[in-house]
Write a protein that binds this ligand. Structure first.
Ligand code: PMV
Length: 328
């Protein structure tokens, strides 16, 4: 019996990943940059054992159906082949997500699975190797190996596509991200399908790709200079451009709901009134607002008269993945 356990935190991209160059290996079309957060994480234990004949996957103590289990099994196959092991496994995952729900993330889930499975089979992977492995489960998971800011460098092969930590002199600790949960039901178009349709059909996709290097450079400069306004501006611009590509896809689609637009307008209004804050969105209608930590309370107060408290979740910078031992 071989057992391993890991805790990984979710991350939100400030410069978005949108589009795959290689579907199978999950090599992206562009570099992306993220902030790992403390508010949502996944703890996963993997036990490889001779006593079972097929993989079993429990999420929040519920045995999952074959569809969910096949995804996990495929990922475990990668780890098994690296370790020359053919044992089946029991996977127990717990998502620690604030009550607002709907924010469970594949990033923390697949990063924790990669960490736990590789620890169980004693693969002893360096962070960049673990990032490569997590990438194969879900692209954004490769950034959750690191705490604070991370850049997923697209590379051009399985070997060269992984995330790295961005030095920041602790700037991430000056930031807060407030999640506005406008809808916690499952999304209609997965990020996988959405990005594929966009790459293949959107007239705006080439524009997206040419603009990413400049946005990435701006974001890295802003982090190096601890320039919140510059980071916020480029974060919001990256999200708007990514979402813009979906409108020109065929068939066109959007992840925005009427409520998302209301929240985006509210953020602009609060900003026009003098409080620096910027929004970003992913493949769903929820809005995340970046603000300086010193202004977190003021922002919550400004949001309070428009948005119910239960819809708001506050997050701060989170740590790197942790391989858990009996002691913790
Ligand atoms: O790796 P996935 O399938 O969770 O895709 C993530 C896509 C976005 O959240 C929209 C952007 C990003 O970089 O996280």
């Amino acid at each position: 019996m071989f057992s391993g356990k890991a805790r990984a935190y979710t991350n939100i991209a400030l410069i978005k990943y949108w589009g795959k160059e290689d579907q199978e290996l999950i090599i992206p079309m562009n570099n992306s940059l993220s902030l790992t957060l403390d508010a949502f994480y996944t703890e996963t234990q993997v036990i490889f054992s001779e006593e079972i004949s097929e993989d079993r996957f429990y999420l929040d103590n519920q045995l999952q159906d074959s569809k969910a289990t096949v995804k996990v099994s495929r990922f475990l196959d990668l780890v098994r082949s690296k370790a020359h092991c053919n044992l089946s496994a029991v996977v127990q995952s717990q998502n620690f997500v604030p009550t607002a729900a709907g924010l469970a993330s594949s990033a923390s889930g697949l990063a924790a699975l990669a960490g736990a499975a590789s620890a169980a089979l004693k693969l002893d992977l360096a962070p960049e190797e673990l990032s490569r492995l997590a990438r194969r489960g879900s692209g954004s998971a490769c950034r959750s190996i690191y705490g604070g800011f991370a850049e997923w460098q697209k590379g051009d092969s399985d070997k060269t596509s992984h995330a790295v930590k961005i030095p920041s002199a602790g700037f991430e600790n000056d930031l807060s991200m407030i999640f506005v949960v406008v809808n916690d039901s499952k999304k209609d178009i997965s990020s996988r399908d959405g990005m594929q349709r966009t790459v293949e059909t959107s007239a705006f996709y080439p524009g997206w790709l040419t603009s990413v290097p400049q946005d990435l450079a701006k974001a890295k400069k802003a982090i190096a200079e601890k320039d919140f306004v510059a980071l916020g501006e480029v974060t919001e611009a990256s999200a708007l451009k990514m979402h813009g590509t979906t409108l020109a896809a065929n068939p066109p689609f959007t992840y925005w709901s009427a409520e998302s637009l209301q929240v985006m307008n509210l953020v602009r209004q609060i900003r026009n009134n003098g409080l620096a804050c910027y929004f970003t969105m992913d493949a769903g209608p929820n809005v995340k607002i970046l603000v300086e930590r010193k202004n977190e309370t003021a922002l919550l107060q400004a949001l309070n008269s428009h948005i119910a408290t239960q819809q708001l979740v506050v997050a701060h910078a989170g740590p790197a993945i942790k391989i858990l031992t009996e002691a913790n």
